[in-house]
Design a protein around this ligand. Sequence first.
Ligand code: ASP
Length: 342
Amino acid sequence: MINQTAILVIYTGGTIGMVQDPKTLTLRPLTFDILYKYLPVLENFNCRIDFYTFDPLLDSSDMTPAFYIHLAAVIEEKYEDYDGFVVLHGSDTMAYTASALSFILENLNKPVIFTGSQLPIGMVRTDGRENFINSVEIAAAKEFDTPIVPEVAICFENKLYRGNRTSKFNAEHFGAFVSVNYPLLAEVGVHIRYHKNLILKPNFKKLKVMKTLDENITILKLFPGIRPEAVEAILHTDGLKAVILETFGAGNAPTTPWFLDQLKEAVSSGIILLNVTQCKGGSVEMGKYETSVGLGKIGVVGGYDITTESAVTKLMYLLGCGYSTDAVKQLLQNSLRGEMTV
Ligand code: ASP
């Protein structure tokens, strides 16, 4: 029985807790004690805040599917003891981790808020302080004793995004993320304005955590002039089960026979091909243009408006669940965690 609201802050690494190595001038992660030293204001929160620190701390470029499972296992283990979770994570691959966690944590009924920063928390102009404090407040927010944001979200620069709808968009601006195809879940100003109609509703079922992710997938990003040898090499990767085809515009691709023949062969050998647009906004509409009709005929699956980050982790998750190829194709066309608009 929880009396006072309790939040677990999980520190995984990233700029938010980094310092500059005086010799090499590169940024490297520090321990959480240092990070906490810069945020004494957290003591004024009307909730209990505990910390869990990953060892080693990682730059998010070093995150792997094994790390996603480890993070999910920590949340699962502590799930009943806390009202919400804040994950401090590097921004570079945060959209992938947040997407992965949204799939792995089935029946999530508590907030899992990812945040980080563009400047280390020890710097005077850091964006980390604000991001951290906003995230704790959002993770602790309740209405009628129920969390207001019972989903995986990213809180950055006064905005709350659905995690599996985001992409890192800017390497310099404090507003590093975009979610072009889904509106903000909340905006932070004098008040935190929650857009409750856009936030997933709790289902009050027991949390289920999938502990296997299948990494036998890849991305084939198209560009004008792509060589047959390059496509062939990718499609003949050992053990390959699925390919995200990053197409042009509304899901279009070259109509040249060698290209379509290679895709056809891949589909007949059981490889799943998922059509995701290279555009940050808008949706794949197979059959809208002649240049996507052939893809549909071959059996390429349309990914609607899913982000590449979400597509990568959704495929790892679905294949990890052990579904048949047909079932995976079917589930790719359903929105499982609000990751796409069907
Ligand atoms: N390279 C860092 C990381 O993603 C950048 C950041 O923290 O935002 O871990």
